[in-house]
Write a protein that binds this ligand. Sequence first.
Ligand code: G4P
Length: 533
Amino acid sequence: MSRLSDEVQRRRTFAIISHPDAGKTTLTEKLLLFGGAIQMAGAVKARGEQRRARSDWMKVERERGISVTSAVMTYDYAGRAFNLLDTPGHEDFSEDTYRTVTAVDSSVMVIDAAKGIEAQTRKLFEVCRLRDIPITTFINKMDREARDPFDLLDEIEQGLAIDVAPASWPIGMGKTFLGVYDLLNDRLVLMERTGRDSLPKAGEPCSGLDDPKLDRLLPADALATLRDEVDMARGLCKPFDRQSYLEGHLSPVYFGSAINTFGVRELLDGLAEAAPPPRPAPSRARSVTPDEDKVSGFVFKIQANMDPKHRDRIAFVRLCSGHFRRGMKLKHVRSGKTLTVHNPQLFLAQERELAEEAWPGDIIGIPNYGNLRIGDALTEGEDIYFSGIPSFAPEQLQKVRPRDPLKAKHLGKALQQVAEEGAACVIKPTIGADWIVGVVGGLQFEVLADRIRTEYDLDVVFEPTALHTARWVSGPDRQRLKAFVDANRGSLGEDHDGDPVFLARNAWHLGKAKEDYPEVAFAKTKEHREADA
Ligand code: G4P
């Protein structure tokens, strides 16, 4: 095998999805602990605190105690190179999460054992399903009073319409939680209640549930229950089938307790073994496979102010093919210009470092390259347009104006940048002087006002509008489109790419426009590539 395909096979790029408080941060921390990327548990939170303390610019983030930006962390485990992409947990930032999901090959769904499937779990699950991303389930907090495991499995299976295959089975719960039996590798793994931050031992290999050594290692009643339950589970659930998992039809389920670093090793082993390496990336003309020699990748996220001392922006690029080396000249397909990547960054748990090389599935950060936008492709020459990286029609629209009316032009520039980052949708109405800013969740207005104040030294005022929603309009028949545009000037605007947007006052207004102009398309999402066509 060539080095390229070796490196591709070794990579596991994934995200953790969960409802807030289910334990995503704790699990992340423990995964990094196993990966040797951090020495001591607590580092992720500490790092979060540190980051918040440093980035004064985002007071909202600090005050609300939420993380609004998503990070990438890279670590090695069992000969595999893992890239863990963090997804913001707060529901206001689901658009960002959606784009993160476009850059991973699988995901881990964390569920609180006492709560089961919660609203945000379901939403994020659907996002993964839309992209056919295989999902591994981790049922967390088994050290607390939890719901019955059958009940939880049934809820996942029925509620999310996916087959479940228990990969481990819990022995007791809450105060009587002893550990799990690893069903895939026949091992008994007992939870040690001492030393939360040390790595627990691997389990005890068994020849099966009838192994007489189990009588020695487990109390008789716990063992009898385990045998009964596993018997029943095997009768009720499908066995683990990798193909079915890879196709997104079946989710292996692990039970554990992240805070006790318990069940984490089994989860990681499962990911190392079964999770998919980088998948082919769909593009307009063809599918781009990771083993291709030529380097390609796409921007899925832009983040401002990683370092508040400089006004720096980082474009996060998911590599899709080829062996990337520092200093490479890549074609920025949208502009046709060549870009020499001098300072690509890799993101290790605690620091960024220069990436001398990177492989498909890896995420590199390209700093301060103002022309990169979400959805843009970088290649070694071919005009590739990656597909499936959408913008969403904003659900909340507000007018924005500078407190000082003389600074309107300045505001225009700031908004253009914000829009290019994908932090909000910015629309300039055809008639009138105000800008309209659209977001998916209301909290983003506060974050934006704060950023514009600190980064651009501009005080802005957001004001409610009577607008209901926005739709990107297009149509194959230019004349009809023009007729629509002419008749609806008062309700039209342009987004930052110059694409026409219809601003509807209410549902009826939108319905009427669709009825009157059936040949005009009113799109809820815009694929970034469309802007490039
Ligand atoms: P999130 O990122 O999904 O929002 O969840 P996070 O890891 O921050 O965990 C939410 C709370 O649940 C935390 O408690 C955390 O300590 C706790 N937790 C996580 N895993 C387990 C587990 O396996 N068992 C138990 N019993 N608790 C767990 P907190 O009180 O909100 O925060 P903290 O003060 O402990 O940090």
